[in-house]
Design a protein around this ligand. Sequence first.
Ligand code: AMP
Length: 387
Amino acid sequence: MMRVAVIGGGQLARMMALNGLRLGLQFSFLVEPDESTQCVDNLGEKVVWDLGELLNDGSEAAFHDLFNALGRPQVITVEKEAVPVDLLRGLAQFTAVHPNPDSVYQTQHRAREKQLLSRLSIPTASFKVASTFADVRAAYAEFGLPLFIKAVESGYDGKNQWQIHSVADLESFERESPAGPWVVEKHVRFDREASLIGARSASGETVFYPLTENLHRRGILIRSIAPAPNLGADTERNAQDYMQRLFAELNYVGVLAMECFVCGDDLLVNELAPRVHNSGHWTMDAGICSQFENHLRAIMDWPLGNTQPNGPKGMVNILGSRDLTKHQPRHPGPSWLSDAGTFHWYNKTDRPGRKLGHINIAHEDLATLQTLLAAQDEQLYGETQTK
Ligand code: AMP
């Protein structure tokens, strides 16, 4: 029996395993003692390990013990980018690690990621890496307002980010005195946001899903629609060309997600994720090979599957209650299960803003799908805003 070990035990690991069990794969999940693992209940073996201790030791024997505890997997993969790269390097002594440790190293740190994109001539927002408040002020002098300041690490879903609209905002950022360094970016006046999800197998085969249009609120993805409506053919081609450059540079294996700002027909790349991505969840119910299956095929070096849906597909996220939603989602109940879509629940406990599940909706008619997605959004959040 072939075994995949996943570093992490969240919803992405869950959906990877749900797909992989169907392919005849077995799973183990490497989690730390304080990590919640309900998402992967009953999907494989949970291996709880003290990574601090392991990395302090750092010996080949210590990594070998972990490799054995994981069930001597054929492949090790990740479901998040905040993974110690030395852990990946240590495990790579014994088995394949995909994506490779260097790809995770490059993409888990915003400054390294932006520098990688620049090196490959992939357009981004204008940015400066800042280590001191004086550096931040220098970026302000160059770019003007508004600005985005983002911590280079531990930032996701809008966390560890500051939007600077005034000098007072800049002063309050300085008073807060958060830990740097940061990437300071010029605020991009984009028309919309889109992401490209692609996969590259160990033998170098590549596939791309159509660009997906994404709507965020308060820095968190709320809904997606694919293929992104009314995009020029050049936009899609450019996005794929950028990702091909990244695949080649990083010798990348697995699914890669690239989040972009769309400005007219131009794309600016905002962020990379070396893993399956929330904006690709629609692929699970699209009559094609899902991002999870293609990720597993890529890392197992199997032929990749069809990525082209036969019509418009969409997704709405179900976020934790209280400050973001009017409902109190605990577990699926009648009010959730409308006939419009298919329901995915991650088995997590409710916390404000936490991703608890999603609903995929498809319709052959784009306008009808947009109405259905907006209605689902309204039902969940009571907001009708579209931007
Ligand atoms: P990030 O954590 O970089 O993915 O940013 C979260 C969200 O903040 C993005 O999806 C955008 O909606 C917004 N955002 C981030 N950076 C910028 C920027 N430079 N200009 C305008 N909006 C941004």
